[in-house]
Design a protein around this ligand. Structure first.
Ligand SMILES: Cc1ncc(C[n+]2csc(CCOP(=O)(O)OP(=O)(O)O)c2C)c(N)n1
Ligand SMILES: CC(=O)[C@@H](O)[C@H](O)COP(=O)(O)O
Ligand SMILES: [Mg+2]
Length: 640
């Protein structure tokens, strides 16, 4: 596999660029060469770190053009999602650390305010850039920070409701603001939806149109190099039935589509709009995800995210594992259930591969819905499906479900609709860092009346939970499971329907009982081994349910042990808090029970490996061992 020093491309122009201001000294010809070098440097860096590759390669020319024309950090360039920002990081003083991307202590894989003044707004989740840019623009109008605000948003991200809420507001306010729509006809998977078809139609007929400017005869607004194209577009317009674009109707000057890899188009266009725009402008650029690196261009996901790879062959490093991923276990279990129940349908918000629903879609194409980046809609759409008699499995990453919380409360829980939430990427996820941590779902779901909340302790448990969710028609139910591979446990042939609200005792013991909710169970068992060597035999329970709690089991353990410890891969307010509430309500603490909760700390944990993040959160086996010793009042002597 590639080592750190091989494949470093020759980059004579890039070597002269330390900050974006250095681009002002380059000729347009040098800027074109800079783009080529920047692309090679991006490929080289990601080959040693892994990460998001395709999106960055698609915006290399755009990144060069924006930094050549605008004046960051005075002007705020806001990258939506932030997964395409590696070339931007290279040009903004972070080239020396670019080979630390997404590693512990290294650069974030997204934009991050605390990392650089050139990252005016942090991201990780999609479709926030226009709102943020509008905020900057209005702050400027009100005497706040000066400078232009430029949002760069992809066609996938543009389909989210939040992007349209921002366009709606920006069009109404009418202030100078730039939105660059980076249209590569890709989300992570091929994009779905009517907006995607609409964008395709906008450029299907020609390389360049400026519908509004052309319609009003305002071709002069454009740089001379583009006026001929606009004249051609005017001719074309005569045959078109649309009177303007959706964006124009919302109050934007629409310019495009423009070839986003052609600096001869981008540079004059950006210079012109920067010099002349008075209101909101939407520049529609067409790019190719993965552009310029063959293996990415040829990949089905256009190199969206990659492990470390060999630059020459594109071959990616393979993770060694004997166990299946939780995602694939979920997908197979759901397909199995769906093959016996025609009412089961599945919903993903632009993550068919990430959630494993691509497998479901292959088997049941009519019963699988990719709604695009639209988690709020995904939840309420699922609620509607449930109200209409179907059994929807709404499969979302924990972190993205946060977007749909009001819908969970208002549309699902209050109406007691049996939506099944399959919550992937629960807990700490690693290289994507704090923005993608699945830390809050236990707390925000388990406080809802009527919601059933389960966490799988291993992949076999996950199969049972899929079966349990499929059978549960009484109201909403959620089950959570982490990113990555399972434990390698023996798998059941078919899922069993679990009794709602019943945990299982994994190991009997005395004095202290550890109640585990989720996949920390393996660490708990490791800690138990260490404690056995000290003569302490903890009882270990897999709680399975945070809601409803297994009251009888918990109260029995409380009566028969000196101490209880809860552990979960979630923030405070979840399983442990509910156990504490139960114990307090039942007066158990009055009898002197010792009690500790192990939850994620009250801080956002930066990107690192999941193991390192859990060490940082003090939730690994040695921390559990120490907690047991602490609660029993045993001094933690150093083990020989
Ligand atoms: C709210 C939210 N949902 C889902 C995702 C996962 N996600 C990250 S990038 C991406 C695709 C974005 O597509 P697009 O905006 O077109 O950018 P491209 O990768 O094509 O450059 C998705 C679905 C996310 N980051 N945020
Ligand atoms: C940028 C983004 O939100 C996704 O690409 C995310 O990084 C995917 O994470 P997984 O690798 O866990 O699917
Ligand atoms: Mg896209």
């Amino acid at each position: 596999m590639t080592d750190e020093t091989s494949h470093r491309p020759a980059t004579p122009i890039l070597d002269r660029v330390h900050l974006p201001s250095d681009l002002k000294d380059l000729t347009d010809r040098e800027l074109r060469q800079l783009a080529d070098e920047l692309r090679a440097e991006t490929v080289s860096a990601v080959s040693v770190t892994g990460g998001h590759l395709g999106a960055g390669l698609g915006v290399v020319e755009l990144t060069v053009a924006l930094h050549a024309v605008f004046d960051a950090p005075r002007d705020k360039i806001i990258w939506d999602v932030g997964h395409q920002c590696y070339p931007h990081k290279i040009l903004t003083g972070r080239r020396d650390r670019i080979r630390t991307l997404r590693m512990e202590g290294g650069l974030s894989g997204f934009t991050k305010r605390s990392e650089s003044a050139y990252d005016p707004f942090g991201a990780g989740h999609s479709s926030t850039s226009i709102s943020a840019a509008l905020g900057f623009a209005m702050a400027r109008e009100l005497g706040g920070d000066p400078g232009d605000a430029v949002a760069v948003i992809g066609d996938g991200a543009m389909s989210a409701g939040m992007a349209f809420e921002a366009l709606n507001n920006a069009g109404d306010l009418g202030k100078r603001l730039f939105v660059v729509l980076n249209d590569n006809e890709m989300s992570i998977a091929p994009p779905t939806g009517a907006l995607s078809r609409y964008l395709t139609r906008l450029y299907a007929e020609g390389p360049f149109q400026d519908l509004k400017a052309v319609a009003k005869g305002a071709v002069g607004f454009l740089p001379p190099s583009l006026q001929e194209g606009a004249r051609r577009a005017k001719e074309m317009l005569k045959g078109m039935t649309v009177g303007g674009t959706l964006f124009e109707e919302l109050g934007f000057s629409y310019i495009g589509p423009v070839d986003g890899h052609d600096l001869d188009q981008l540079l004059p266009l950006l210079r012109t709009v920067k010099a002349r725009a008075t209101g909101p402008v939407l520049l529609h650029v067409v790019t190719r995800k993965g552009k310029g690196y063959g293996p990415a261009e040829r990949a089905a996901d256009k190199g969206h995210a990659t492990a470390k790879f060999d630059v020459h062959t594109g071959a990616q490093a393979k993770a060694k594992s004997n166990a299946p991923s939780y995602t694939s276990v979920f997908a197979r279990a759901l397909v199995d259930q769906a093959s016996r129940d025609a009412r089961i349908v599945a919903v993903t918000a632009a993550m068919p591969d990430g959630t494993g629903l691509n497998l479901f879609a292959e088997r049941f194409p009519r019963r699988c819905f990719d709604v695009g980046i639209a988690e709020q809609h995904a939840v309420t759409f699922s609620a509607g499906l449930a109200a209409g008699g179907m059994k929807p499995f709404c499969a979302l990453y924990s972190t993205f479900l946060q977007r749909g919380y009001d819908q969970v409360v208002h549309d699902v829980a209050i109406q007691r609709l049996p939506v099944r939430f399959a919550i992937d990427r629960a807990g700490l996820v690693g290289a994507d860092g704090a923005t993608h941590a699945g830390a809050y779902d236990i707390a925000f779901l388990a406080n809802l009346p009527g919601m059933v909340v389960m966490a799988a302790a291993d992949e076999a448990e996950l199969v049972h939970m899929v079966a349990t969710a499929a059978a549960h028609d009484e109201g909403p139910i959620a089950f959570r499971y982490p990113r990555g591979e399972g434990t390698g446990v023996e798998m059941p042939e078919r899922g069993e329907v679990l009794e709602i609200g019943k945990g299982r005792v994994v190991a009997e013991g005395k004095r202290v009982a550890i109640l585990s909710f989720g996949t920390r169970l393996a660490e708990v068992m490791r800690a138990r081994e260490a404690l056995l060597a000290r003569g302490i035999t903890p009882t270990v329970v897999d709680a399975r349910f945070a809601k409803p709690l297994d009251r009888n089991l918990i109260l029995r353990l409380a009566r028969t042990h000196e101490a209880l410890i809860t552990i979960e891969e979630g923030a405070v307010g979840g399983f442990g808090s509910l156990v504490a509430q139960l114990l307090s309500d039942e007066g158990v603490f009055d009898g002197g029970l010792r009690f500790r909760q192990m939850v994620l700390p009250d801080t956002f944990i930066d990107h690192a490996s999941p193991e390192a993040m859990y060490r940082c959160a003090r939730m690994s086996a040695p921390d559990i061992e120490a907690k047991v010793l602490d609660v029993l009042g045993v001094a933690l002597a150093k083990r020989a």
